[in-house]
Design a binder for this molecule. Structure first.
Ligand code: ATP
Length: 288
């Protein structure tokens, strides 16, 4: 499966330009982490990819056919967890998944529901009404419905919101297991969600793609722009840099900073993916 996005622009009726000249290619197998601050345009891109919105200009192609002419194929191949996924509160977990299976036209629905309930750790909750579930459990039901039918193209809009750290780890494993031969696009604010499992990262801000590549490449961009200094030895607040962490150490407070040019008193250090992400967003922010 191949999805290509060409020069996509999306302006909402309010005049808000949510996407500007976005182009990208996704080919299975591909596990893509979509990162970006609030309002970057991630959900808008996802809604366009599932044909839930039409772009103002530009085109999306599925296997070299425009999406609007290939919607049937898309629906058959798609598993989608939107950001604010409405669940039917009065249904039980099983009834809801049965209903979603029917909508998706899944034939062997019983075994398929059993499979996704098992994969999302919902076995004990299968007969529970959705209204009685916790936020994390509801999120798991949302993930379970997206996995029904083993779709080739999985889109998860902030799937780990509301999950506790242990559940997040379970889901990272589940996502990577499900990504084997598929295209998985996962948006998140949480860097650890994408660091270990995604083989490709796309960073967006202000409706544009700032970076598209491997996490190592993103980290490389931040080399020479991350450093530490001891706040008690050197008091500096206004040096045109961003302090990303303050740690109490035996020798005083150690500050970790990101800057285009590191001041003399700062010792350069190895960037993490989070540093690199912040560096990129800050740099892009200033329009560079
Ligand atoms: N229906 C809409 N009408 C007008 N503006 C919208 C609409 N939906 C989104 N926007 C705006 O478009 C921009 C991009 O929004 P979008 O939801 O795609 O961002 P996001 O990266 O998913 O953010 P978040 O992480 O907060 O979900 C934002 O400025 C948002 O306010």
């Amino acid at each position: 499966m191949k999805i290509s996005v060409q020069n996509l622009n999306m302006t909402y009726p309010t005049g808000k330009k949510a996407l500007q000249d976005v182009s990208l290619e996704m080919q299975s197998p591909n596990f893509i982490g979509l990162l970006g601050p609030n309002g970057a345009g991630k959900s808008t891109l996802m809604k366009l990819l599932v044909a839930g919105l039409l772009p103002t200009t530009g085109e999306i192609q599925l296997d070299d056919v425009p999406l609007i002419k290939n919607e049937k194929k898309l629906k058959a191949a798609l598993g989608y967890l939107p950001q604010n996924f409405g669940l039917y509160d009065e249904l039980t977990v099983w009834q809801f998944l049965d209903y979603m299976s029917a909508l998706k036209g899944i034939k062997e629905s019983k075994s398929e529901i059993e499979r996704v309930i098992g994969e999302t750790n919902l076995i004990e909750k299968r007969k529970a009404r959705i209204s009685t579930l916790s936020g994390g459990q509801r999120q798991r039901v949302g993930i379970a419905q997206a996995l029904l039918g083993s779709p080739q193209f999985l889109i998860f809009d902030e799937p780990t919101v509301g999950l506790d750290p242990e559940e997040r780890i379970n889901f990272r494993n589940l996502f990577s297991k499900n990504a084997q031969d598929k295209i998985v696009l996962l948006s998140t604010h949480i860097i650890e969600d994408v660091q270990s499992v995604c083989n490709r990262l796309i960073v967006m801000n202000h409706g544009r793609i700032l970076f598209d590549g491997r996490s190592e490449e993103l980290i490389r961009l931040a080399y020479g722009h991350v450093g530490v200094y001891n706040e008690e030895v050197q008091e500096n607040e206004e040096h045109g840099f961003k302090v990303t962490a303050r740690m109490n150490t035996a020798n005083g407070i150690s500050c970790r900073i990101i800057a285009e040019v590191l001041p003399d008193f700062v010792h350069p250090t190895e960037p993490t993916l989070e540093d690199a992400y912040i560096y990129l967003i800050e740099k892009g922010w200033k329009g560079q």
